[in-house]
Design a binder for this molecule. Structure first.
Ligand SMILES: Nc1ncnc2c1ncn2[C@@H]1O[C@H](COP(=O)(O)OP(=O)(O)OP(=O)(O)O)[C@@H](O)[C@H]1O
Ligand SMILES: [Mg+2]
Length: 255
């Protein structure tokens, strides 16, 4: 199983939208077995995949908090060809509880549990919050790759140093961790935004994917009800996601 975390300390850059597109393209269009982990308090992916606060809903928070709880208890089969470890608002207090619970290291709450189901999946896709919290530390501890979306209409590298520090710290306890690069989102047609951003990244020595994700009003419109990859699979922006997945698959082979 190959595990990819979508990470950025900045909010609203396209982490969840892209993570969902990756998961659904790999599963529905490429026939891969995909496990999605929703590591966010907002739990948009969980809602998009049709999992609501049914009782009893075993979530990522329970899996991280309760040592005896097997991961199978949290895995939900969805109607969309992927399995999901759902999240809920309970993740917020779980993150805090784990920080003060010294009974086992905070960043290794998922490692053994996810390893137990690794042979059942080809890919594990983790959607992270705009933060480096306990859930993200756990995601980094089990990831092969970190992908960072950057909004190229917001010309700023704010928070990148902090993010790289977190990734370097994680690499000490997860030597498999690789960073194939940043990818640019919200690219506006006929603008120099992506080129300018690409140049700024190059100056900082930060690798960047060739494929950018265009800004498309349709993405925002569908967000409330469904990810664009489900609501408008024929949209041009979905071809951007498909090309990005393809580029990722090529790049990761060379890592
Ligand atoms: N390519 C795009 N074109 C236009 N709007 C987009 C695009 N990608 C994402 N959006 C919109 O931008 C907003 C943020 O996207 P998304 O939720 O994927 O970002 P995020 O990084 O996961 O945010 P958060 O940090 O809050 O979790 C959403 O309203 C989404 O619909
Ligand atoms: Mg998100």
């Amino acid at each position: 199983m190959r595990t990819i975390s979508f990470v950025n300390i900045k909010g609203g850059v396209g982490k969840t939208t892209t993570a969902m597109a990756f998961a659904l393209i790999l599963a529905r269009e490429m026939g891969k077995r995909v496990l999605v982990i929703d590591a966010t308090i907002q739990h948009h992916m969980t809602r998009w995949l049709g999992i609501t606060e049914q009782e009893p809903l075993v979530t990522l928070a329970d899996i991280m908090l309760r040592r005896e709880l097997p991961i199978e208890m949290a895995i939900r089969h969805t109607d969309y060809g992927v399995d999901l470890i759902p999240s809920s608002f309970a993740l917020s207090s779980a993150n805090r509880t784990i920080l003060i619970d010294a009974s086992s290291p905070a960043q290794f709450r998922l490692k053994m549990k996810v390893a137990a189901v690794a042979d059942r999946y080809d890919y594990c896709i983790i959607d992270c919050p705009p933060d480096v919290d306990v859930a993200v530390a756990n995601a980094l501890a089990i990831s092969n790759e970190v992908l960072i979306p950057m909004d190229c209409s917001d010309f700023s590298m704010d928070g990148m140093d902090y993010l790289f520090q977190a990734m370097n710290a994680a690499a000490e306890y997860n030597p498999d961790l690789r960073f194939p690069g940043v990818f640019l989102t919200m690219d506006v047609k006929n603008s120099t935004l992506a080129a300018d951003m690409r140049r700024a990244l190059e100056e900082e020595g930060v690798p960047c994917f060739e494929q950018t994700i265009r800004h498309a009003v349709g993405v925002k419109k569908s967000t409330r009800t469904a990810p664009v990859i489900l609501s408008q699979p024929q949209a041009a922006v979905c071809d951007d996601y498909r090309s990005l997945v393809k580029e990722y698959l090529e790049v990761k082979n060379g890592l």
